[in-house]
Design a protein around this ligand. Structure first.
Ligand code: PDD
Length: 280
């Protein structure tokens, strides 16, 4: 693979960053994941808007223009012959030359890293036909989940708990209400109405979420942005998640209870179709 580090394209085994990089020592960095379908980047502009917001919230410099990011993304897709897959982008505060809690002086960083992952047949994931099973788990993350930081240890622990229990993912719950999945936004459908938690610092503002809610409104579907409980989700007609890498993925079981018929439902199926049609 050819990867990108601070303006250079290198074979992955020659790409290096400092052990003092604050991304490594402090998880002081942000990231974006952009899907590639048929060689085309999905929702690139939306991801750039969120990247700049994440950087701004952490008072971190944005090292490149949107155009420079776009050129680098396209160069990586081409150099690695990616048809379906994703581009990962990470910006960390860089290398101050030592460990210190205080941010280094301006001009120290940032460190920019980009790489691709090839996922042939990404849009035809078999799981979209059968749906995911999820468990619920306490949301023990920090309080600024709206910032897309690389501090992903708790979601990783939750994912491992899901795997240990033989399911696909975990829905995190705070004060009795579902926040989101380990790396996706969560939805239920009841009597034709799509329900998903409103935007706040409690969840990541999904780029796929914004697109799907726009398409749902255009298709005259009812949407309610409010929180819901696990019990309400288990009692719903359908459930699903959205993310840049899974698009729209049905959820058919929550904590061992079938959602609706326990089969993939029409609303999730339709939204997935619309999302894939509109974003290609
Ligand atoms: N995760 N919520 C969380 C906690 C996420 O990590 C993600 C994305 C989302 C969905 O956001 P979007 O639709 O913009 O991808 C929601 C990415 C895909 C990841 O970490 O791989």
């Amino acid at each position: 693979r050819t990867v990108y580090v601070n303006g250079e394209y290198l074979p992955e085994d020659q790409a290096t960053i400092s052990i003092f990089d604050r991304g490594f020592l402090m998880a002081d960095g942000v990231y974006e994941v952009v899907s590639v379908l048929d060689g085309k980047l999905l929702d690139f502009e939306g991801h750039m808007v969120r990247l700049k917001r994440s950087l701004g919230e952490l008072a971190m410099d944005n090292p490149l223009s949107d155009d420079e990011y776009l050129r680098a993304f396209r160069a990586l897709v081409e150099k690695n012959a990616i048809t379906d897959g994703l581009v990962y982008l990470q910006v960390t505060r860089g290398n101050p030359g030592d460990r210190d809690f205080a941010y280094p002086p301006a001009g120290t960083g940032p460190t920019v890293v980009m790489f691709t992952q090839s996922k042939p047949g990404l849009a035809d994931a078999p799981a979209a036909k059968t749906g995911w099973k999820v468990i619920s788990i306490e949301d023990a993350r920090w309080a600024r989940r709206d910032i897309k930081t690389v501090q992903l240890l708790y979601p990783s622990m939750a994912k491992m708990e899901a795997k240990a229990r033989g399911v696909d993912d975990a829905w995190m719950v705070e004060d009795g209400l579902v926040t989101e999945g380990t790396s996706n936004n969560a939805y239920i459908v009841k009597n034709g109405t799509i329900v998903t938690r409103a935007l706040s610092n409690d969840i990541l503002h999904g780029i796929t979420r914004a697109a799907v809610l726009r398409f749902a409104a255009e298709a005259q579907m009812q949407v309610e942005e409010r929180s819901f409980t696990i019990a309400e989700a288990q009692d719903a007609d359908e459930a699903f998640i959205t993310s840049a890498s899974a698009f729209v993925m049905p959820v058919v079981e929550i904590d061992g209870a079938a959602v609706g018929t326990g089969q993939v439902g029409p609303v999730a199926t339709r939204l997935r179709e619309i999302y894939l049609e509109e974003s290609r």
